[in-house]
Design a protein around this ligand. Sequence first.
Ligand SMILES: Cc1ncc(COP(=O)(O)O)c(C=O)c1O
Length: 371
Amino acid sequence: MQHPEFDLDPGIVYLNHAAVAPWPRRTADAVARFAAENARDGARHYPRWLTVERRLRERLARLIGAAAHDVALLKNTSEAISVVAFGFPWQAGDNVVLAAEEFPSNRIAWQALSRLGVECRVAQLTGAADPEQVLLDLIDHRTRVLAVSSVQYGRGLRMDLERLGAACRARGVALCVDAIQSLGALPFDVNAVQADFVMADGHKWMLGPEGLALLWVRPEWRERLALFQYGWHMTREAGNFDATAWQPADDARRFECGSPNLLGAHGLDASLSLLEEVGIECVAEAVLARGGHLVERIAARPELELLSDPSPHRRSGIVTFRHRGIDNAALHRRLTEAGVVCAARGAGVRFSPHFCTPVEQLDAALAVVPK
Ligand SMILES: Cc1ncc(COP(=O)(O)O)c(C=O)c1O
């Protein structure tokens, strides 16, 4: 039985929240209402739309333990990483430390800094007994940023962000966390982590539409990030179209150059209202229980190799495995044809159930995998 808040096709098993999540019914309804209102009244009620955007900013801030005025709403995670990477006050010869296993967005933005003389120092996490230490060992006296995902997209490795944050703080290195693979699934607190920058798009574990991401910048960094996107919306004077002199907004709005994505805001606000009702602690418990269930079932089958780290403190919403006797692309195709929506990632097949995924569907998906 599907979760009552969702209208998923009963003929499919949706294990792809680490890619793009299905919307809750209330999100689809909110977007449909917004569309109907646009068709009927245009933007006549724009001030009301802005109250939804304000509420969304507050929900996102609550989700990461931050203040709403420190949250910027951008297009996606890649844009948010780029705002940090290209705004950061680098000197030629500085470096950024990151992992080889990062999703391309969290590598390419940093690699693009080579034209400024910034080096990428790349750690291999796969197979490391102590992945945090492998990252920390690459920090030297020219390291200015450690860029890491809270959970690695391929095999779901959950990083000990508090340890990384404390080590970065002690060495004067800024910690930039791509949280897209955990926000909405696991609790996050910018202060416990001692993060400097956090970003995440809404279309995975936050169950929202694509195209609306949060960027949180620690207030100490706000004015130290150089701006490179400009427009009417990012100024203190926003809305005063006659003003000829301008200053960047004092809050995180300075990173939002133009018209907001209010369609996305209506959707994501509705999705987050569901996560708030359930409570992030309950959501996390359910996500980890489903991950644990998959880990146990996969480990009990000798023909399967679990590629995710099974230790409880490393688990996330992502479980990746491969078949010892079947090519991975063929296995992924077979699952897809049987209606199991999942991904080929991390040299295996990646299952990513959310709190709302019925547990019996995990067994149904594994039953499609040949013995
Ligand atoms: C870790 C990670 N970062 C970033 C992205 C891409 O984010 P966006 O499309 O919001 O730029 C993904 C998408 O799979 C991801 O897994």
